[in-house]
Design a protein. Structure first.
Length: 304
């Protein structure tokens, strides 16, 4: 019998469906069919609710888990030994880079203020706003999405400084941040959430930032110490734009909602019309490799 694949969307979305495989459309957060023990290739739903990982224990034939997210921090520890975990690297580069640029420009040009004034039918100008041109932008996490962010920043006539876990040509090591932060006008976070990056942006990090600098988080909420950020915002030391928060979703009574100099979007970095064509393309390519017994891409754990 051909290997069974669980998809979170109709196989027709893949275009030409790879042959030699069986397909079922399943959302395990709603229903777990009896075929769960036959699944060999599991493409997780984009919305990574609890049931997405809970079902793994029932998949006794499982060989591959393919996520539609770049981050796998919420499922990695649940994947059984011997099962290959692949992430969605490449799916969200375009969408997340667009949002990062949007948050930067909206914050610098004070778009939230103009929206509030429009709601009040007020025409008010208070001098000049800040341009992205001539700013120094620090990208902390120079992977595929970091590269996509840089490619969109450069036409705005700004200076981009790259930072990654370890140094390489043209890229600084994350250990160099204390020396780099004081010269940055904008700091963009796009690191994965790991034991090393959890709480990376703490009170000391924020204190090293240039007064009035902008912090943009399109990574994961726990990369930033929420209390330290709230204190820095209320002290007027920095500004921030967050697509992710800790906790998430942000409760209605959370103090961050009222923090000055803060723009919040509800974790929508990857949620644009650009996502699905790229997701379908990656999944199709992975299934073609799987069906042919070829090495998979984006392996985060395991040796398929």
């Amino acid at each position: 019998m051909n290997p069974l694949v669980w998809l979170p969307f109709d196989p027709s979305e893949l275009g030409e469906v790879p042959s030699g495989l069986r397909y079922e459309v399943v959302d395990p957060t709603r229903d777990v069919p009896a075929s769960v023990r036959e699944v060999e290739f599991y493409v997780t739903p984009y919305n990574m609710g609890p049931g997405v990982a809970d079902v793994l224990a029932q998949m006794t034939s499982l060989r591959v888990v393919q996520t539609l997210s770049a981050g796998v921090d919420n499922i990695r520890s649940r994947v059984p030994d011997g099962v290959t975990l692949c992430n969605g690297r490449g799916i969200h580069d375009t969408s997340t880079a667009e949002l990062a640029l949007t948050l930067i420009l909206a914050s610098l040009r004070e778009i939230p203020t103009f929206v509030r004034q429009q709601d009040q039918a007020r025409w008010r100008r208070d001098g000049f706003t800040e341009a992205l041109a001539d700013k120094r932008v620090l990208i902390v996490g120079y992977g595929a999405i970091g590269e996509a962010i840089e490619s969109r920043l450069l036409p705005f006539e700004c200076d981009v400084v790259r930072v990654a876990r370890s140094a390489r040509e043209g890229v600084h090591a994350i250990a160099e941040l204390p020396e780099l932060l004081p010269d940055a006008d904008v700091v963009v976070l796009i690191v994965p959430l790991t034991d090393q990056t959890r709480g990376l942006v703490d009170a000391a990090f924020l204190a090293r930032m240039r007064p009035g600098a902008l912090l943009v988080n399109v990574a994961r909420g726990p990369v930033v110490d929420t209390e330290a950020l709230d204190a820095a915002l209320r002290a007027g030391r920095i500004r921030a734009a967050l697509d992710v928060t800790d906790p998430e979703p942000l409760p209605a009574d959370h103090p961050l909602w009222a923090a000055p100099g803060l723009l919040i979007s509800p974790h929508v970095g990857g949620a644009s019309s650009a996502m699905w064509p790229r997701a379908h393309r990656l999944v199709r390519q992975q299934l073609e490799r799987f069906a042919a017994g070829e090495p998979l891409a984006n392996i985060m754990r395991g040796d398929y």
